[in-house]
Design a protein around this ligand. Structure first.
Ligand SMILES: NC(=O)c1ccc[n+]([C@@H]2O[C@H](COP(=O)([O-])OP(=O)(O)OC[C@H]3O[C@@H](n4cnc5c(N)ncnc54)[C@H](OP(=O)(O)O)[C@@H]3O)[C@@H](O)[C@H]2O)c1
Length: 288
């Protein structure tokens, strides 16, 4: 069995990854208590003890607001922490997946979907730290896959981490009886977390490099929330539950979509957001 070390192991992505592959890989899932990535010595020790074949580096501070308000902490974790993990991976010859983000393109003014060759212009601390980490890691490691994820979504599960996502945010507003205001001026790839997780083993088979990962989506954020409500049988209540926000991003619609054409050439494909939302709701028996 190949040994896989995870950082950010308690988070949204890695808890589901561990659950899925606990019998496929020998997994060491680490988070702050076991391996604080800002501590280089701790990283070296953990890697020398476990001797992973692969490391999937998911630990990060991923909140845009938190990063903007705490740029030094964000840099320490998202950049220096990533460097420590890459140096430790190199020391034991482990191959590394680094999870980056669509947010490296959030300052680009040309419309998406962005391809891997497009020059990213991040305009948030989160996006900037992720892009800087990508660059630093390429200098440290040759055996590196940089995966830029679109915004993932999923539903709560036993003992799994959660992070804000369009599906659960929309459904929680319904549960709380709150009307939510959603922008019609934002376009993002929205990807079912298991559409990524199910294909992780295939990543280890493709050439090292940078890849855009996730669903294509031509719907605005408002239209996706509307679709979710329709699919869970609340179509007649859409006007009571959802308000279209025409003001946000009015002067310059936000477009952070990624093209998944490159990864598709390696047999790793994604349903578009509309179909994947239906699939997710079906899997969780929530489709009415
Ligand atoms: N979810 C998405 O939609 C999405 C989209 C694009 C990219 N990504 C990237 O994908 C990765 C995983 O995302 P996610 O949604 O699973 O994030 P998450 O739920 O926030 O998980 C990140 C984990 O990293 C941990 N962490 C923070 N600082 C650490 C440190 N110093 N040492 C070790 N661990 C530390 C966090 O612990 P605490 O909670 O205790 O701080 C948390 O458990 C992240 O790198 C994120 O930037 C996610």
């Amino acid at each position: 069995m190949k040994r896989l070390l995870l950082t950010g192991g308690n988070g949204f992505f890695c808890t589901r990854l561990t659950k899925t592959y606990q019998h496929t890989y020998d997994i060491l899932s680490t988070d702050v208590p076991q391996l604080d990535i800002t501590n280089r010595d701790q990283a070296m020790e953990a890697f020398h003890q476990f001797k992973p074949d692969y490391v999937l580096h998911a630990a990060a501070v991923a909140s845009t607001d938190f990063c903007n308000n705490n740029p030094e902490i964000a840099h320490n974790i998202n950049v220096k922490g990533a460097q420590h993990v890459a140096e430790a991976a190199k020391a034991v010859n482990a191959k590394m997946i680094f999870i980056s983000t669509e947010q490296v393109f959030n300052g680009n003014t040309s419309p998406g979907p962005y391809r891997e060759e497009d020059c990213p212009i991040p305009d948030t601390v989160y996006g900037q730290t992720k892009l800087e980490a990508e660059e630093k890691l390429r200098d440290i490691l040759d055996e590196l896959w940089v995966l830029r994820f679109t915004w993932l979504y999923g539903l709560p599960e036993r003992n799994c981490g959660m992070s804000p996502n369009i599906l659960w945010d929309t459904l929680s507003a319904v549960l709380k009886g709150e009307k939510i205001k959603v922008t019609s001026n934002e376009y993002r790839g929205l990807t079912y977390v298991y559409d990524v997780i199910d294909q992780i083993p295939k990543i280890f088979e493709i050439p090292y490099g940078t890849y855009h990962i996730g669903s294509q989506n031509h719907l605005s954020r408002y239209d996706v929330s509307k679709l979710i409500l329709k699919e869970v049988g609340l179509e007649e209540r859409i006007d009571h539950l959802l308000e279209m926000d025409l003001e946000k991003y009015k002067d310059h619609p936000r477009d952070a979509r990624l093209s998944n054409e490159k990864i598709k050439t390696y047999g790793i494909g994604f349903a578009d957001t509309k179909d994947s939302i239906k699939k997710c709701l079906e899997e969780f028996k929530l489709k009415i």
